[in-house]
Design a protein around this ligand. Sequence first.
Ligand SMILES: Nc1ncnc2c1ncn2[C@@H]1O[C@H](COP(=O)(O)OP(=O)(O)OP(=O)(O)O)[C@@H](O)[C@H]1O
Ligand SMILES: [Mg+2]
Length: 434
Amino acid sequence: MSPRLLFWIPAVLRLLLTFGGAGLIGLFFGPVAGLAVGLLAMTVAIVVQLNYLYLLAGWLDDPGKVRLPDGWGAWTDIFSRLYRLRRDDERNRTELTEWLARFRQAMSLLPDGVVIMDDVLFMEWCNPAAERHLGLRDDRDKGMRVTNLIRNPDFIDYIILGRYDQPLTLSLRERKLIVQIIPFENRRQILVTHDATETERIEMMRRDFIANASHELRTPLTVINGFLEIASGQPNLDAVTRASHLKLMTEQGRRMQNLVEDMLTLTRLESIDYPLRLERVDMANLLDQILHEARALSGGKHTITLVNDAPDINGSADELRSAFGNLASNAVRYTPEGGALTLAWQMGRGGPQFSVQDTGIGIRAEHLSRLTERFYRVDKSRSRETQGTGLGLAIVKHVLLRHDAILAIDSQPEQGSTFIVRFPMTALAEAMAA
Ligand SMILES: Nc1ncnc2c1ncn2[C@@H]1O[C@H](COP(=O)(O)OP(=O)(O)OP(=O)(O)O)[C@@H](O)[C@H]1O
Ligand SMILES: [Mg+2]
């Protein structure tokens, strides 16, 4: 049966019952009594309807607090439908609130910044990444125009030109940001920001590395090519000159070889496919080798002493030999004749440590933080004399990183330097075995 019939049939029956009852009373007790009963019945019906309307109005004012009665007649159906509507509405609202909370949480975890703006660039909402990138505050800046909040000429130009299909690279608050505006929903726009500072830094390091490496290789190559041209242009060169040219060419060739080997070592140390192989390192043996190499390099021009006063550690013997050897060879090469060097393996406060102390030329404080950068040399001309490539300490740094060790440098110009490698207590071979 249709809902309309369902509504009307009981209503008409109820009316017929009322008027029929009034008619019957009129028949038995006279028309005045019938009219009075009819009027009374009508009045009661109107009062009941008005009461329900009153209750409905009260419920509409505050549906959360006020309860609807079960109702009578057609009202029962109306009230139960209203209840259902309200329950659906509450469920939808809860779902929407949960969804919004999830959306906000996802947005707050995004590494990229998102700012939602209206069509005239007034900010409506932004996530924490956008706050960090652009210096905005969601609670404070809501309703402000983004061009008033991000006062950067490039950004303003980008807005004026309106070429939003292209992203814009922006230098803002010491960061490199890639920003783009994406229009959506006709009357809204999203501003997306991506922090490219780290990518830019790595890209710059890569460019610097290639530039430095090519520069370092070009010098010996130029020397070798020059001598080769002389040799082919003047086949009758005297034996002494030829021997001296060959000697210089061999030196430059060796220099290139060292450079390439160092670069390969660095690449290998950085590679994740080359994990550290831990073994018990025989420190007495390793220190002897370092001392022997340092003495050979010095050729008796320095006094070199060794102190071995700490137990063995776990690590890669080859890598540690290369790192310690680098520090010792630096001390020899940057200490004038007659100087003194001390190589020491001792227990420090936080763990075992290897130190190389020299009485050499020393390093000025402003260079200290940059020494482990690739190709960084304090005095390029002097380093060239000593055949240095500037990769030694970069290799040391990487080896130490793989061993959880740190490098500390203490140096005074003209007085000497101390390079200390500090290992954690856990590096001790016995500690690992325990
Ligand atoms: N003991 C030291 N005394 C003074 N200066 C030093 C000492 N050790 C390193 N340096 C300075 O630090 C720079 C970087 O050292 P690093 O070992 O990285 O390069 P290098 O010795 O020039 O070349 P390589 O080690 O690749 O042959 C050196 O060029 C030198 O200027
Ligand atoms: Mg070196």
